[in-house]
Design a protein around this ligand. Sequence first.
Ligand SMILES: [Zn+2]
Length: 501
Amino acid sequence: MVIADRIPARTALAAAVAEPGGEPDEVDALTLGRRIRDRRTALGMTLGELATAIDRAPSQVSSIENGKREPRLSMLRTIALALGTTVDDLLRADAPSERAALEIAVERAQRGPVFAALGLPTFRVAKGMSDQTLQTILALHHEIDRLHRERAATPEEARRANAELRAEMRARDNFYPELEAKAAELLEAVGHTGGPVSHQLVADMASHLGYSLHYVGDLPHSTRSVTDKRNGRIYLPTQQSPSRDSRSPILQALASHLLDHDEPRGYADFLRQRIETNYLTAAILLPEQAAVRFLTEAKNLRRISMEELRDAFAVSYETAAHRFTNLATARLDIPVHFMKVHESGTIIKAYENDRVRFPSDALGAVEGTTVCRNWTARTVFDVEDRFSPWYQYTDTSSGTFWCTSRIEKAKEGEYSVSVGVPFEHVKWFRGRETPHRAVSRCPDESCCRRAPGDLADKWADASWPAARTPTSLLAALPTGTFPGVDQTEVYQFLEAHAPRD
Ligand SMILES: [Zn+2]
């Protein structure tokens, strides 16, 4: 069995040749094969003669020399003996000559995923090929590889980081006591005694932390606020979009300061900072103590409602719904899920600890995938009445869930914001008497991803839609220390606005 043979061989080989920082991989088998062949030909030995000497089939020796197969350590000893050398010499990591190194590099490139993706036939490196030919092939390969990485690295890194963060949030029931404590401390410092947090109180928080607020008309377009840490100033736009809460950008700027955020080290760091910042902002706008009191009362009356939470604290529906997920499990014993879904069906944000099964891609990323058409997050778009809350029961592959959803408008289109709980917890919520029911068989494709048979039969060969290319398909994720922010613009802005002395 080739496979069974490979595993111990690889381990022995890897252990023998592993160098600090160097990953043992196929190059080792290739280099080893080359060393064996070089040694054999130097001795004037044929492939058949070596095969006989070690009591193996010539084809096996050939596979080893071509680096297609790694010999077990015991066989390697036999080979070394037959070639009058040592295992250590055969396992040296460097190629026997410069030409061999070049040939090995070309061979290795051909076996990698980048070359495979090009769909080109592989070739054997012949003796007659000049070094220059091989160098050019190698240079071309490296350039294609570089272009691939440049294009693919960022979105993939972001998606992976996002999936990891969601797993962490799930493990903590999306509740962060240390952030709650920071929010409580700041609220107490400015004498908040309950009720909604006013704009004036937020300004007081800023001055308590040593910052003054400056409203300007020329804030760099890629920012929501800019903080001058040297002079203790927070710059904010004079023009607020009417749907935006004027307190949020100030609190977000203060949150970064309170959390001692440094320049993000990468995308994962950036995402984590953003989650912490948003959490702290929401924890200030809906203080834990007051919000838990409000929600517990509602639970006792069996009428928990996102709209009432929103109105009681004068925040957006999304902020209220999101804040509910922080407190629901940790403080009210209710497992919950949350989704923000674009009108196209694409998931923008998602959180769950109630076993609802979100769609996900191969990397485990939920954001960017499409949610079932029968879920509340989608059906709400078909509801004409945009003022009343929308409730629905949905039977899914992981149980029955009850969800409430509301549409919010943004400049990129409409979004639904949904909160849902498993069937056994619906008794605490207003809207449980809804007659709306749906069945979702996703991820079974026949649920909503494939066209119904009769329609498909009729139209499959007679239709040609011209796709409107989604902008997100081609746009690379923003790059830079603060993704999407133009540093030059920010520095020039700060320079222009800094106080002169
Ligand atoms: Zn579906």
